[in-house]
Design a protein around this ligand. Structure first.
Ligand SMILES: [Cu+2]
Length: 377
């Protein structure tokens, strides 16, 4: 599939998912128990299963399970980045090649500019609760990245002419995450737990592809950091999660972080990341809730450098990574109540930027979408 087709496919999927679930509504209407009849995430025999028993699908590790319970999940995420910015300001490819220094020497300014990037990620997760106070979680990812570029002539002139464009691609398994969620507090309204995770460096940091260089040749080189599939480091993933619910309203917040444990084999480490999210959801009926969520994060630039990455492009410069971003998400959770779809959860979330302050020039994220399925056993 081309990138354009894939984007269309994602957009087409959303209404299709809504339509596919619409027949559930009348079927459930006859069967809807009185309000307050149940608050169980997994449900008993015919007890209602609450759609808002889980947080919006883009939040990870936000719920725990009862002792002995399993859950399997699949999430698909698409992220679309178009155009560049330095700090909070948009910047054109022409401005980048004429003004941003090339840290690798000649020519004096950059000559290759990324214009668009898409990332598609398939996330497969499993959860298991050995006790009521501990839930274990594991997740593997399969990632597909594509980046479009423009290449300008390497001539040492103030206004280098455009000589062409090219697209690079990388695909494969990303890093693997394992974590433990430990209960801190629980009453009839409020719940809180610790998230203690570790990211294992299973994703490649040595992906290669052909590029068009300013001299006109098309060598096969190691791709810049943004196109690699993993961090190459063991990362600690500490966090804390709070959720609450009264009547048809539920809400929550989560702090998350990614702390790199040393440098990877190629000589660098991604910047540490600290994120905070908060959401509010309303349950229209047991089977459906909708949510609004804010998600902000800050990440340092890359420290160290991979000596095999040295083209006159912004993505080859470790300083042009990280920044601060705030996104708004709109989503829905749906859960089947009867028959073969009972207990199957379907959810989606769409994110749009509110604030982006990037260590740039850097590609800016314009929107993303996450679609997911979950089932507890
Ligand atoms: Cu779960």
């Amino acid at each position: 599939m081309t990138t354009a087709n894939r984007t269309k496919y994602v957009l087409n999927c959303l209404p299709a998912l809504a339509i596919a679930l619409t027949p559930l509504a009348p079927a459930l209407a006859d069967d809807t128990p009185p309000p307050g009849a149940g608050f169980s995430v997994s449900g008993g025999h015919g007890a209602p299963i609450r759609a808002d028993g889980h947080a919006p699908i883009g939040v990870m590790g936000e719920h725990m399970h009862k002792k002995g319970e399993w859950m399997l999940s699949y999430r698909y995420m698409h992220m679309d980045m178009d155009g560049n910015r330095i700090g909070t300001r948009n910047v054109s490819p022409r401005t980048i090649v004429q003004t941003v220094p090339n840290r690798f020497g000649m020519p004096a300014t950059l000559r290759i500019v990324p214009t668009r990037m898409t990332m598609d990620m398939h996330m497969f997760g499993a959860m298991y609760a050995p006790t009521n106070n501990l839930t274990l979680m594991g997740m593997v990812n399969y990632i597909d990245k594509e980046m479009d570029h423009l290449t300008y002539s390497g001539m040492p002139v103030a206004v280098p002419p455009l000589i062409g464009g090219f697209t690079t691609q990388s695909e494969g398994f990303g890093d693997t995450r394992i974590s433990g969620l430990y209960r801190l507090y629980k009453d009839s309204v409020h719940k809180a737990h610790l998230n203690l995770g570790l990211s294992l460096p299973t994703g490649s940091v040595t992906e290669r592809d052909s590029i068009l260089i300013p001299g006109g040749a098309t060598p096969n080189v190691r791709l810049p950091y943004a196109m690699q599939l993993g961090t190459g480091t063991f990362d600690l993933l500490p966090g804390v999660t709070y959720t609450g619910r009264v009547g048809d309203f539920s809400w929550g917040g989560q702090f998350r972080s990614e702390i790199r444990l040393g440098e990877n084999d190629e000589g660098y480490a991604w910047g540490d990341l600290y994120g905070l999210t908060g959401w509010l959801a309303y349950e229209w009926d047991y089977w459906i809730s909708t949510s609004v969520r804010l998600d902000g994060w800050t990440q340092d630039s890359i420290s160290g450098i991979d000596p095999n990455i040295a083209t006159p492009v912004q993505t080859a410069n470790p300083d042009f990574y990280g920044g601060e971003q705030l996104f708004a998400y709109f989503g829905a959770n749906m859960v089947g109540q009867t028959g073969i779809i009972r207990g199957h959860r379907f959810a989606f979330e769409v994110g749009v930027p509110i604030y982006r302050n990037l260590n740039g020039p850097q590609l800016e994220t314009d929107w993303n979408v996450i679609v997911g399925w979950q089932k507890a056993f």
